[in-house]
Design a protein around this ligand. Structure first.
Ligand code: HEC
Length: 209
């Protein structure tokens, strides 16, 4: 064995050791041979693993529907929230009455709070004294929705869908709703010059209830 041959042999065996899996395939294209060079085990594991996972995932969420998708979780959460809101509103409605609103409208502490809320939240549409601009005049003898104090509270709490009057229960606590409504109650028949009358003519609120 010449030195050259020995070197070549050494190189070949060194290569063989470095890649024990490398195997020359049978075919040859224009004398070019090809190694069968398998992908690393971790790569194949990821590949097959992701397919198995995808099948499991698809079955779980979309075929047998054991799991809830993000959308289903959202819809369920919203339904629960709406349900609780209805309960809360029912409880609030049960604890307020025409009488309790009349009492609040005669309570200076409640009215002070109510007037502050009105100035910051309502005056932009109903004007400072309630004479109306975007929203109706609250000081005249006409009312769009119902006629009682409770009707006013209902409008403030739930709003009027499709108008600028939003449901304030989304943004205010129950005592604040009562306070601001009590303040609105005191405006009736003050007849501040402002927006023209809207709605049906209503009676003056009876003072003593
Ligand atoms: C963005 C404008 C806007 C704001 C702010 C607003 N309102 Fe209104 N409000 C309206 C409009 C518009 C209506 C009339 C809705 C309709 O056409 O039925 C209305 C109606 C009302 C009514 C019913 C009047 C009636 O004749 O039946 C009451 C009471 C009322 N608002 C109180 C309030 C109170 C209290 C606040 C503050 C917490 C408030 N509003 C804030 C626009 C507003």
């Amino acid at each position: 064995m010449t030195t050259l041959e020995a070197t070549a042999d050494n190189a070949a065996s060194a290569e063989g050791e470095a890649e024990p899996e490398a195997r020359i395939l049978d075919h040859a294209y224009d004398g070019i041979r090809e190694y069968d060079n398998p992908l690393p085990g971790w790569w194949k594991a990821l590949f097959w693993g992701s397919i198995v996972f995808a099948i499991g995932y698809g079955t779980y969420y979309h075929v047998v529907r054991w799991g809830s998708t993000k959308e289903q979780v959202y819809v369920a959460g919203l339904a629960e929230y709406d349900g609780k809101r209805e309960q809360r509103e029912a409880a609030e409605a049960a604890s307020t009455s025409e009488e309790s609103l009349a009492a609040s409208a005669a309570d200076p502490a409640v009215l002070e709070k109510g007037s502050a809320i009105f100035a910051s939240r309502c005056a932009s549409c109903h004007e400072k004294e309630g004479q109306g601009v975007i929203g109706p005049n609250l000081t005249d003898a006409y009312q769009l929705h119902g006629s009682t104090r409770m009707d006013l509270l209902k409008t403030v709490r739930s709003g009027v869908p499709g108008t600028a009057m939003i449901a304030w229960s989304e943004q205010m606590s129950a005592p604040d709703l009562v306070a601001v409504t009590a303040f609105v109650v005191t405006m009736r028949h003050k007849n501040v010059k402002g927006k023209e009358p809207q709605g049906r003519k209503v009676e003056r609120f009876k003072k003593d209830m």
